[in-house]
Design a protein around this ligand. Structure first.
Ligand SMILES: Cc1ncc(COP(=O)(O)O)c(C=O)c1O
Length: 384
């Protein structure tokens, strides 16, 4: 059995009941919501509305209708950025962003959107003052990650949000690495849009994610087509969330996601946060004590999640990942983790790092196995 330590890519195992829900949907429910007047279509409608309600509760949104369901965080991010920004607008982002934010912004730049990237420090931290200094007359959006997928750095989102609100600038947050792992309060923080995966901290299946859109924010759909509503119209309805959700939804995935979010709510985000941070702390402490190991990310444990990036001196991280997998049965992520700019920021470009990302279901015994395996590799390398 593989010891899986790549929860920042996608969580595994999923919450209890998620796999069963996906199977049950395909076996017992089957229908699509809004596409029929029969009972199973109504049941599908209830499932989707329950999923929205639970997500809204989890992130502190006022209404379930502010939750647009998407296939992953990437689609949600594209929807937010390309749906809001137009030529002549200015957008501010950070140097710790995932390519799911950077690539759409680089595309928009070729279409006349002005882009400012604020450099973060060597531990991946963003200074809210630098964000405010970069605001101009045409700044339409600040777009930042809540947690870096490379270092686990927790960005000062509440501070940036209040500064943006004071300046009258909208804030978009990429919560792919924080939803279900850290408290998120979109309404209290006055966040305009927030995207997340359903398959990471929400412990749901792949093929799920969402975008929160605050009231009054008008964004263009990425895709137009059947919404199951206003079928008499030949033009795309503007109403949220369906106006941004054209096409048959991933209902087995949404049913599984509903189970995942229920589990997170029942367990408590604070309990999950506490366990993952504690596991990360133990891993980090074990690595720091090994000769020839460099650990990256915030030194202050209040500024980081359980994600632990490291390198062995003079060893390519891909090699470490390969040996961990093939000899010890431990799965970790290596390389640039789709965030080259973040690696430039912390000085680990182009080889990247070995990234360990623990999850709710890990035990301290798993950490011991992981550290013993890395310790063996480090000792062996130091003798060569
Ligand atoms: C910070 C961050 N943003 C966006 C994404 C993209 O998420 P998804 O795979 O759900 O599209 C990831 C995935 O690793 C991520 O870590």
């Amino acid at each position: 059995m593989t010891l899986y330590f790549d929860n920042a890519a996608t969580s595994f195992p999923k919450a209890p009941g998620v796999a069963e829900a996906v199977y049950e949907y395909l076996k017992e429910v089957g229908a699509s919501p809004g596409r029929g007047a029969y009972q199973s279509a109504h049941a599908a409608g209830r499932i989707i509305s329950d999923a929205r309600k639970l997500i809204a509760q989890l992130i502190g949104a006022q209404e379930p209708d502010q939750i647009v369901l998407t296939p992953n965080a990437t689609v949600a991010i594209n929807l937010a950025l390309k749906g809001l920004l137009k030529a002549g607008d200015h957008v501010i982002t950070s140097s710790m962003e995932h390519n799911s934010v950077i690539r759409p912004l680089r595309r928009l730049e070729t279409e006349g959107v002005e882009l400012t990237i604020i450099p973060c420090d060597g531990q991946g931290m963003l200074d809210p003052d630098e964000v405010v200094k970069a605001i101009k007359k045409n700044t339409a959006l600040v777009a930042i990650t809540h947690v870096s997928n490379v270092t686990g750095t927790i960005m000062p989102v509440p501070e940036v949000a209040s500064r943006c609100a004071a300046e009258g600038v909208r804030l978009f947050v990429d919560a792919a690495q924080s939803a279900g792992i850290l408290p998120v309060h979109v309404a209290d923080w006055k966040v305009s849009m927030l995207a997340a995966s359903g398959h990471k901290g929400l412990l749901g299946p792949q093929g799920t994610g969402f975008l929160y859109v605050d009231h009054g924010i008008k964004i263009r759909p990425l895709v137009e087509g059947g919404t199951g509503t206003f079928s008499e119209l030949e033009i795309q309805p503007g109403e949220l969330p369906q106006g941004l959700e054209s096409g048959t939804p991933n209902m087995p995935g949404v049913y599984g996601l509903k189970e995942g979010v229920s589990f997170v709510l029942d367990t408590g985000v604070e309990a999950i946060e506490h366990r993952e941070r504690e596991l990360g702390r133990l891993i980090r402490q074990g690595l720091v004590e090994m000769p020839g190991v460099s650990v990256y990310g915030p030194v202050n444990e209040l500024h980081r999640t359980g994600v632990v990036p490291f390198n062995l001196k003079d060893v390519n991280p891909a090699e470490v990942g390969y040996v961990l997998d093939s000899v010890y049965g431990v799965a970790v992520r290596t390389g640039l983790q789709c965030a080259p700019l973040a690696h430039r920021t912390i000085g680990t470009f182009p080889a990247g790092t070995v990234r360990i990302s623990p999850g709710w279901f890990h035990t301290q015994a798993d950490v011991v196995v992981l550290l013993n395996a890395i310790g063996d590799i480090a000792a062996l390398r130091s003798r060569i």
